[in-house]
Design a protein around this ligand. Structure first.
Ligand code: NAP
Length: 264
């Protein structure tokens, strides 16, 4: 089978070829999500701060017969978001699937946390999700179809050293439910995924910050997790694939904890 034939088959699985935007997709969870949505038959905008950092993920998707485009964008910046979404619509087609995944951490105990670190974290996670969703929603409303998937975290339930991140990730849940209320009548669903410990550069950085080898850090985390292992980016990509699918149209405003055990 040629790659174009494979792509044609994938594209017609749901009858329509969808364009998906995945933010923070140059690495970690976002990269796994981009690969998965491409395998599901979507054209994928691999969006990250540094466009050149997206090249490897784009190449991987194309090598597997999919369609992807690297897009440089700062999700916290309104002008950058507007330009990126316009470019995606022109080059890949109107986006009707959006995964708000871009994120940063600036952990510190409350009494030591700077205003700059509080604002930086809420800007990327919360303002970023707001700006991206606002820019993409008009394409979804016009298509009478949309899937918004936002990355929250188990830290939304509160986590020592993460006042900024926990507040942002709890905010993402409220934002998600509001989008579900406002856009449901236009065929748009919005759901949040709240991962527990996932093996990425982000958790490796946390291990480094507390002075523990990553392998040791993962083993200690796994000991507290009911399924007795830490998570992988593909665990999250699988959940995103479900929420982003055509068949999930009656599931909206939900928060799914993907953490190897129950959370609430
Ligand atoms: P990661 O490996 O650190 O990747 C995050 C990506 O987001 C990076 O490529 C980063 O680019 C990009 N990014 C940062 N600021 C951005 C901005 N302003 N505009 C566009 N892109 C930006 O993180 P991850 O572990 O895959 O996490 C992905 C998401 O899952 C995050 O929202 C995170 O909070 C959430 N999450 C992760 C875990 C976990 O255990 N890993 C658990 C719960 C939730 P640069 O490399 O240029 O900074």
């Amino acid at each position: 089978m040629t790659s174009s034939t494979l792509l044609d088959d994938l594209d017609t699985r749901d009858g329509v070829r969808r364009t998906a935007v995945v933010t923070g997709a140059a690495r970690g969870i976002g990269a796994a999500v981009a690969r998965r949505l491409a395998a599901d038959g979507m054209a994928v905008a691999v969006l990250d701060l540094d466009e050149s950092a997206c090249a490897a993920v784009v190449e991987e998707i194309r090598a597997a017969g999919g369609d992807a485009r690297a897009v440089g964008c700062d999700v916290a910046d309104p002008a950058s978001v507007t330009a990126a979404v316009e470019r995606i619509a022109a080059e890949l087609g109107a986006p009707t699937v959006l995964v708000n995944n871009a994120g940063i951490i600036r952990d510190n105990l409350l009494f030591k946390m700077s205003v700059e670190d509080f604002d930086a974290v809420t800007a990327v996670h919360l303002r970023g999700a707001f700006l991206m969703t606002q820019a993409v929603q008009r394409h979804m409303v016009a298509a009478e179809y949309g899937r918004v998937v936002n990355l929250s975290s188990t830290s939304a339930l509160g986590n020592r050293g993460q006042a900024n991140y926990a507040a942002a990730k709890a905010g993402v849940q409220g934002f998600t439910k509001t989008v579900a209320f406002e856009l449901g009548r236009f065929g748009v669903t919005a759901n949040a995924i709240a991962p527990g410990f996932i093996e990425t550069d982000m958790t490796a950085a946390t291990a480094a910050r507390v002075g523990v080898e990553f392998e040791e850090y993962k083993l200690a985390a796994a000991a507290q997790i009911p399924v007795a292992r830490t998570g992988r980016p593909d665990d999250i990509a699988h959940a995103v694939s479900f929420f982003a699918s055509e068949g999930a149209g009656y599931v909206s405003g939900q928060v799914l904890y993907v953490a190897g055990g129950p959370r609430n």
